[in-house]
Write a protein that binds this ligand. Structure first.
Ligand SMILES: *[C@@H]1O[C@H](CO)[C@@H](O)[C@H](O)[C@H]1NC(C)=O
Length: 200
């Protein structure tokens, strides 16, 4: 669990309460493509929640990570086109804001550069450390406060396992983190009064 996950949880929730058929159809299609690319069943929530991190953690080398990321980024584009074709409502606005982090990630990872390879490499190590030591605990029923506290705890823990990134890779990482924060803040602004967190 991480910020990608948070956004995606918001997305899942938004799409499940979405009154609009159109945005719900776009989400279903998008989830199906994530399942296609990561090769993991669409019922496995964790993959749905953080597909890019899953790709990074699961791929053995930089080349196959880049390949899968590119494939997923194509689907992000189709997802955006799909959502933009829907009529304006808050679900559409939330989806478009949440997409910004994905688009930024895709822009940064479009080409295999030394920086992007180094980023993949140190993110992969980091993810493996974090998954060994940090618990993404979620109680069965929770409010947004509990959810945020739990997430914060997880982030504190994962921050303890510092990335051993090169300076270049760190810049990529920082740009991605900033995009996530920015996107998350926007989503929250739209969604605060509307969402109920899903129960696991
Ligand atoms: C990925 O790229 C980095 C930077 O070029 C390199 O140091 C690392 O060995 C590569 N890792 C894999 C698993 O391909």
């Amino acid at each position: 669990m991480n910020l990608f996950a948070t956004i995606s949880i918001l997305l899942l929730t938004v799409s499940s309460i979405s009154a609009q058929y159109c945005t719900a159809v776009c989400m279903t299609k998008f989830h199906r493509s994530i399942a296609d690319i990561t090769g993991i069943g669409s019922s496995e929530t964790t993959t749905m929640l953080a597909p890019f991190h899953k790709i990074i953690a699961n791929t053995e080398d930089n080349r196959s990570a880049h390949k899968q990321i590119r494939a997923l980024c194509q689907r992000v584009k189709s997802w955006e086109t799909c959502v933009r074709s829907c009529s304006r409502d808050s679900a559409r606005a939330i989806l478009l804001s949440s997409m910004e982090q994905w688009k930024k990630f895709c822009a940064l990872m479009r080409k295999p550069t030394r920086a992007s390879n180094e980023y993949l490499n140190c993110e992969r190590d980091h993810q493996q450390e974090v998954s060994k030591h940090c618990d993404a605990y979620m109680p069965t029923t929770f409010t947004i406060t509990v959810f945020c506290k739990s997430l914060e705890k997880y982030r504190d823990c994962s921050d303890r396992y510092m990335h051993r990134c090169s300076d270049e890779a760190f810049l990529v990482k920082k740009a991605i983190d900033d995009a996530i924060q920015h996107s998350f803040a926007k989503v929250l602004k739209f969604a605060t009064n509307r969402i109920r967190l899903p129960q696991r």
